[in-house]
Design a protein around this ligand. Sequence first.
Ligand SMILES: [Cu+2]
Length: 225
Amino acid sequence: MSRRLSLALLVAAATLTFALPGSARTAQNTLNGTVGPGFTIRLTDESGALVSHLDPGTYTINVKDQADIHNFDLHGPGVSEQTDIEFVGTVTWTVTFTDGIYAYNCDAHPSLMHGRFAVGTASLPPPPKPKPKAKKLLASVGPGARISVKTSSGARATKLKAGAYVLTVSDRSKADNFHLRGTGVNVATGVAFTGSKTWRIRLVKGTYRYASDRHSALKGSFLVG
Ligand SMILES: [Cu+2]
């Protein structure tokens, strides 16, 4: 390889090396912030999608503040920009986002109007998992010598899945009560009591037995597993 050619390659390589970060730096990233006229605040990208994660860099943010009772307040590492609450109109901010969590809100209604996004290596915590809904159980004792636990479909409970339940007892006997026992559960109505009672219980694997404390022959059970 001639000395001249290798020098030319070196120059080409150097140009390439500088061209890449240079072009990334000059790319204009535009975001749109809007607040109002209702109780809404949002920050969207050029496609209109709500911003949840961005690459670090410099961004142009066009903020449309459409109400004199709201403002747009953007803050996070190295950034603090806000419109006045009384202000209505459009402003443009140039901001540089670095790794971290950024948030925006209306300062008059921060708990109602807010959003946030992550930049670079940061990530927003996943939304909390919705708790499984407690299933219903209906227990009944009386009138006469009868006692039962039924599922919400009306079928007698024989085998149930472990988990959270709301147990409602209808006690229609002054001579008997409803008493449920099993791992982690020991609930009972009074013998003389009539009426209804509701308990939140958690059933785990095992056998649960229910009976009247006055007449031990009045009883039943179901399996949880
Ligand atoms: Cu507001």
